[in-house]
Ligand binder design. Structure first.
Ligand code: UDP
Length: 477
């Protein structure tokens, strides 16, 4: 009988690719499972250019990369608003190719190594039909936060109760129809698409569809841990009995690598931008817990006016900062010589700017004392794992919910959503890095311990990964 063979297909952007590759590597460490990782051609090229991923995965004989077009021209951006086109491209172009691959092609039931389980991003509704057609189990991996995904699934309920579209302009009104979040979530904390004035908005329609397909999978995988999102995971269990919360994946993987390999400090970077390591030398020269790390991830963008507000806020706070200014992340900024001279001068004194950083390593550096983040789920988890408090400036999708949870539920930072004003930035930076520094760092330590416990032997994520691997092993066609 053929070995279990899982086909992993992420949404081709940095965050999902990063954590799905980490899950793939964890499967490889468990052995006895074949793993095929299906990347878009665009992502694969960039991964090969920027990381040692090819060498790293060579040591796993049961692992294989395959590629597929994502439907967009090579020079088309895949960030900001373009992510919507990317999802459409995958549906129109990649999905028929994937169907062909698993029905009659290279990975079909008649092939040498047939796929026995599809493990795909939760956004891909088309996978339900493919899995049914071939007769193989489907697992969805939703790489956004479960707390945000839960609000997505409650969108039909919110519509039925007349809570969305919003009536009136009061974004601070509490939302009543998301079970488990009563008294916590305000309108402004719902995913950004809930602000659309009418229900014909394509994103809302997609989200309603997502809620229907996601519960048809045999199981749902999340990059989270019980100690962080236990109550929300319980809500999911009412819809889908097989929930696997195996995160935080990056430390789960590091932990497994150090127990199974002789070299404990292996790089696990899956960056699609070249990391500028010079910032690590700069961090080495800064005092303990003195630096604010600033990054808005791989997709979010800001206007030039917002860039300047944040920049003045940082400089006026007199805090040291390390800022990732990703190429293309500032709309309308032609050249950095547009920047007022006083900002450049103060930055030379107290700051460091790079185009892409080794973020996991940066957050683990002793000189980091805070993180001004867009609250992408990977960044949020990476910060929690290092006990680094956050100032949250969410951009879209799950980030509005994540930032509310960081501030209000986990008490690990300040939520700056919907504001971009230099005086507020300065005030929040001072509050986090000076006034409430000890309180936040103490809370950070508690959260970090919970995260580490979950991936230690016997911890909740450790056990869920074992259960997931066992269930995949039992899947046969
Ligand atoms: N990242 C990085 N270097 C940077 C900025 C980001 O390695 O300079 C990584 C970060 O560690 C995280 C990912 O990019 O794993 C961003 O994912 P996230 O879910 O936070 O946000 P997204 O980019 O999907 O909006």
């Amino acid at each position: 009988m053929a070995l279990p063979h899982v086909l992993i297909f992420p949404l081709p952007i940095q965050g999902p690719v990063n954590c799905m590759l980490k899950l793939a590597e964890l499967f490889c460490l468990h052995q006895e499972i074949h793993v095929t990782f299906l990347n878009s051609e665009h992502i694969q090229q960039r991964l090969l250019k920027c990381t040692d991923v090819q060498i790293r995965f060579k040591k796993y004989p049961n692992f294989k990369f395959m590629t597929i077009p994502d439907g967009l021209p090579e020079d088309n951006p895949r960030t900001g608003d373009q992510v919507r086109n990317l999802v459409k491209g995958v549906e129109d172009v990649s999905s028929p190719l994937l169907t062909e691959m698993v029905t009659s092609g290279l990975l079909s039931p008649n092939s040498e190594k047939p796929v026995t389980c599809l493990l795909v991003d939760g956004i891909f509704s088309f996978a339900v039909d493919i899995a049914k057609e071939v007769g193989i189990p489907l697992l969805y991996f939703d790489t956004i936060s479960p707390c945000a995904l839960w609000t997505y699934l409650c969108v039909p309920k919110l519509i039925e109760a007349g809570e969305i579209p919003f009536k009136g302009n009061d974004l601070d009104a509490l939302v009543n129809n998301v079970p488990g979040m009563e008294g916590v979530i305000r309108r402004r904390d719902l995913p950004s698409f809930c602000r659309a004035p009418d229900l014909n908005n394509p994103t809302i329609q997609r989200i309603i569809k997502e809620g229907k397909h996601i519960v048809q999978a045999q199981g749902l995988i999340f990059n989270t841990f019980e100690g962080l999102e236990g109550p929300i995971l319980s809500q999911f269990r009412t819809l889908c009995p097989k929930i696997y919360s195996v995160g935080p994946l990056h430390i789960h993987l590091k932990k497994s690598l150090s127990s199974k390999c002789s070299v404990p400090k292996t790089s696990t970077s899956n960056s699609i931008w070249k990391e500028d390591m010079s910032c690590m030398d700069w961090l080495d020269e800064q005092p303990n817990k003195s630096v604010l790390f600033v990054s808005i991830g791989s997709v979010a963008a800001m206007s030039k006016a917002q860039l300047l507000e944040i920049w003045y806020g940082l400089v006026n706070s007199k805090t040291r900062f390390l800022w990732v200014q990703r190429p293309g992340s500032v709309i309308g900024l032609e050249e950095n010589n547009d920047i007022p001279i006083e900002l450049s001068k103060s930055t030379k004194e107290r700051g460091c700017i790079v185009s892409w950083a080794p973020q996991e390593e940066v957050l683990a550096h002793p000189s980091i004392g805070g993180f001004l983040t867009h609250c992408g789920w990977n960044s949020t988890l990476e910060s929690i794992v290092e006990g680094v408090p956050m100032i949250c400036w969410p951009y879209f999708v799950d980030q509005q919910v994540n930032s509310r949870y960081v501030g209000e539920v986990w008490k690990l930072g300040l939520d700056m959503k919907d504001v971009c004003d230099r005086a507020i930035v300065e005030k929040m930076v001072r509050e986090m890095m000076e006034v409430r520094k000890i309180e936040f760092l103490e809370r950070g330590r508690e959260m970090r311990n919970l995260a580490i416990e979950s991936v230690n032997e016997g911890g909740s994520s450790y056990k869920d990964l074992d259960r997931l691997v066992e269930d995949i092993r039992l899947m046969r066609i």
